[in-house]
Design a protein around this ligand. Structure first.
Ligand SMILES: [Zn+2]
Length: 64
């Protein structure tokens, strides 16, 4: 997901402002727009979208 132009991976919660080399892919999961960093993409390709957290969950966990 994206907060204040910072992309946060919906799988591992890696924020783009902490890791400038990270690349994020924008995707749609369960009807909402999500971002996934490249290190998590293989898990989705070879696994399933179940590991993608909803934007609500990401927001809750990220703001802790
Ligand atoms: Zn990730």
């Amino acid at each position: 997901m994206e907060i204040n132009n910072v992309q946060i991976c919906n799988v591992c919660l890696r924020p783009s402002d902490k890791d400038t080399s990270a690349v994020y892919v924008k995707a749609i999961a369960k009807g909402e727009e999500v971002h996934v960093c490249t290190s998590c993409i293989p898990h989705i390709i070879h696994g399933s979208g179940d590991i993608i957290k909803s934007n609500t969950t990401v927001l809750q966990e990220y703001s802790k």
